[in-house]
Design a protein around this ligand. Structure first.
Ligand SMILES: C=C1C[C@]23C[C@@]1(O)CC[C@H]2[C@@]12CC[C@H](O)[C@@](C)(C(=O)O1)[C@H]2[C@@H]3C(=O)O
Ligand SMILES: O=C(O)CCC(=O)C(=O)O
Ligand SMILES: [Fe+2]
Length: 336
């Protein structure tokens, strides 16, 4: 990508030129968790897009707004205070750098382990300004979102005719589940209007490595997903709903039937975006293989066998936009 000149603050960031304005995702599948047809609609949306919006989800709005307020309170602290909780390893506070392989964005974030047994010094530092209130806002939110994610995965298993119904959700329910939680803040970027016709990348394009991701944001747009034909569409924000992404591990477990969705976030010139994402992952020692009941007679397994720990190690060596499943896909010569 060629960038002519840009303000010093954006030096490290990527700009993309959109030839035609990205269209709004009008056909976004909206699934009502209480709809008797939900299981079928979830499978359909995950096959077609790897993505859907969830309404009537049962997570109290108060949990979302309380955590959003705490997130803003933290991100509004002086930089020197926030830096005490960084750099991320991968947990902790991070700014601009995403991961450790050179990816950058117009973003600051907090990454947390959802396992309460793993409380690092960095996590304690994040909470230290407002320990009781911040911690309980995070815990209440995660607990409610986890319950809802289990329900979604149970409906999905039902829709896919997987027995038993907890085949997928048990991985997230496991006390050794390697799930994590992220609070992202995309500050407004006042320089954007002078970068005419170009967009600033807040979070570069990628797929999420885990099983599913459950995203909630405030009312600021920015999230885009990539459709099957390669076009990018903007997802209108909806602060009272959740957006569910299929991750790489679920793509493998369904032998490619459900697809992990490529997505990215663009910065806004005027409004801050805050998002909170629960990444539901299996335990580290879990073998990630296509579920036998999903393989039709004679259907080939598309992936080599690996554990979540092996996939994670490989993913964390990759760049954000890499096709992380590539090294795990079977080739013509495999198995001969
Ligand atoms: C560049 C990277 C950041 C990331 C680890 C990686 O090496 C590749 C995957 C990235 C990602 C995307 C989804 C989640 O936000 C995340 C926490 C994850 O599990 O994989 C991030 C990683 C990160 O920010 O550390
Ligand atoms: O912040 C967002 O809206 C999405 C971020 C994201 O895709 C991620 O953290 O993996
Ligand atoms: Fe993501």
């Amino acid at each position: 990508m060629v960038v002519l000149s840009q303000p010093a603050a954006l030096d490290h960031c990527s700009l993309i030129k959109t030839c035609k304005p990205t269209s709004v995702f009008k056909e976004i599948p909206v699934i009502d968790l209480r709809d008797p047809e939900a299981k079928t609609l979830i499978v359909k949306a995950c096959e077609e897009y790897g993505f859907f919006k969830l309404v009537n989800h049962g997570v109290p709005m108060e949990f979302m707004t309380r955590l959003e307020a705490e997130a803003f309170r933290f991100f509004n602290l002086p930089q020197s205070e926030k830096d005490k909780a960084g750099p991320p390893d991968p947990f902790g506070y991070g700014s601009k750098r995403i991961g450790s392989n050179g990816d950058v964005g117009w973003i600051e974030y907090i990454l947390l382990n959802t396992n309460p047994q793993v409380t690092s010094l960095k996590t304690l530092t994040i909470f230290r300004q407002n320990p009781e209130i911040f911690r309980s806002a995070v815990n209440d939110y995660i607990l409610a979102v986890k319950r809802m994610a289990f329900e979604v995965l149970e409906l999905m298993a039902d829709g896919l005719k997987i027995e038993p119904k907890n085949m997928l959700s048990r991985l997230l329910r496991d006390e050794k589940s390697d799930s994590c939680f992220r609070l992202n803040h995309y500050p407004p970027c006042p320089e954007l209007p002078v970068l005419s016709g170009r967009n600033l990348i807040g979070f570069g394009e990628h797929t999420d490595p885990q099983i599913i991701s459950v995203l909630r944001s405030n009312n600021t747009s920015g999230l885009q997903i990539c459709l099957r034909d390669g076009t990018w569409v903007s997802v209108p924000p909806d602060q009272s709903s959740f957006f569910i992404n299929v991750g790489d591990a679920l793509q493998v477990m369904t032998n490619g039937r459900l697809r992990s969705v490529r997505h990215r976030v663009l910065a806004d010139s005027l409004k801050s975006r805050v998002s909170m994402i629960y990444f539901g992952a299996p335990p580290l020692n879990e073998r990630i293989v296509p579920l036998a009941s999903l393989l039709a007679k004679g259907e080939e397994n598309l992936y080599k066998e690996f554990t979540w720990s092996e996939y994670k190690t490989s993913a964390y060596k990759s760049r954000l936009a890499d096709h992380r499943l590539g090294p795990f896909e079977k080739t013509e010569t495999d198995g001969q």
